[in-house]
Design a protein around this ligand. Structure first.
Ligand code: ADP
Ligand code: MG
Length: 345
């Protein structure tokens, strides 16, 4: 089922939580809504689910205006960060619940409900635990039950609101891989909310980056990482350095120091962004950034150097391969190899 948001606005009292949000989500897609706390991610999910009504704008399921549909009729699977399972029900009963409470006319027979629930427990790799109660499971196992329960009703759309937010880092990483596999097997249109950019980059077909109730950028993980549309996105996705520069006759200057990079299309103040690994070490320090090494630490397979720029005393971080000869030096000249320059100070 494809989902379309058409100029959706949501105002609570007088506070605008969403400003004219438009987004097309294709059938079978896994899209991540990513943004800082308070950017409107949960509000957007609740509007899609029908738990809130838009102040203006439309939400379409396929060709149909969803506002005509109740929460039940929308047939949506929802998993929250703290979606408590029913404590007094076994795992099997929890997963079967959504089918058991259906009106008689559309309720499958008891044997069929059981068969489907067992199949889903197999999908979320919890076979054998069906007679346990929620408190007898780990946090990660409980969220897998919550997902099986959401999938049991064969939802038209699956909404996941920071489902792994309360779990520790190792479990989160495992569940992330596992969710991607489940998605590949079931193919539900899925909207996944997270404030964790690493999780979004790894999981999603597309990212929708939100800030203060607006969409900043929508694109594949590669597009958003390689070509951030705004300083906010550059700073939010992946690691980055930011320098206030001036463009003069197409040449980029930090103070009165030329950096050896050209921006012929701009003039005046700008913000130069580059990632720590997108730099080249250079010898001719007259046309480069120079920095004194103040921190040196290993990060997985690379060495991360914290530099204090000689020109401005600003701090930047650069990554070099382990064993690179420059990692022995106390002062390093470098030049951004890939960078983005945004106009303005
Ligand atoms: P996120 O999920 O991205 O952290 P939310 O969608 O929960 O953000 O909230 C977006 C903004 O809307 C926040 O400033 C929040 O305080 C506000 N908000 C959310 N729900 C309500 C509500 N029911 N009443 C008033 N303000 C709300
Ligand atoms: Mg939220």
């Amino acid at each position: 089922m494809n989902v379309r948001l058409d100029n959706v606005r949501k105002v609570f009292d007088r506070f605008s939580a969403l400003h004219d949000v438009s987004l097309d989500i294709s059938a079978g897609e896994l899209i991540a809504l990513l943004g800082p706390s308070g950017s409107g991610k949960t509000t957007l999910l609740r509007l899609i689910a029908g738990l809130e009504r838009p102040t203006s704008g439309r939400i379409l399921f396929g060709e149909e205006d969803a506002s005509a549909r109740s929460v039940q009729e929308r047939n949506i699977g929802f998993v929250f960060q703290h979606y408590a399972l029913f404590r007094h029900m076994t795992i099997l009963e929890n997963v079967s619940f959504g089918l058991k409470v259906r009106p008689r006319a559309i309720r499958p027979a008891a044997g069929e409900i059981r068969r489907r629930a067992m199949e889903l427990l197999d999908l979320v790799q919890l076979t054998g635990l069906e007679s346990r109660f929620p408190k007898q499971l780990s946090g990660g196992q409980r969220q897998r039950v919550a997902l099986a329960r959401a999938l049991a009703i064969e939802p038209r759309v699956l909404l996941l609101d920071e489902p792994f937010g309360a779990l520790d880092a190792q479990v989160r990483r495992e569940l992330r891989k596992w969710l991607r596999e489940v998605h590949e097997r079931t193919g539900h249109t899925t909207i996944f909310v997270t404030h964790d950019q690493e999780e979004a980059l790894e999981l999603a077909d597309r990212l929708c980056v939100m800030r203060q109730g607006r969409i900043e950028q929508v694109g594949t993980p590669d597009e958003v990482y390689e070509r951030p549309a705004s300083p906010f996105v550059f700073g939010f996705i992946g690691e980055s350095n930011q320098l206030s520069v001036t463009v003069c006759n197409g040449s980029v200057l930090l103070g009165d120091q030329t950096l050896g990079i050209e921006a012929p299309e701009l003039s005046g103040p700008g913000l130069l962004y580059f990632r720590p690994h997108d730099i080249d070490v250079v010898e001719e320090e007259a046309t480069a950034l120079g920095g004194a090494v103040v921190i040196s630490r290993r990060m997985g397979g690379t060495r991360r150097l914290g530099l204090e720029l000689i020109q401005t005393r600003q701090r930047v971080e650069v990554d070099l391969p382990l064993g690179h000869p420059a990692t022995e030096r106390s002062v390093i000249g470098f030049r951004p190899r890939r960078w983005t320059l945004f106009p303005g100070g």
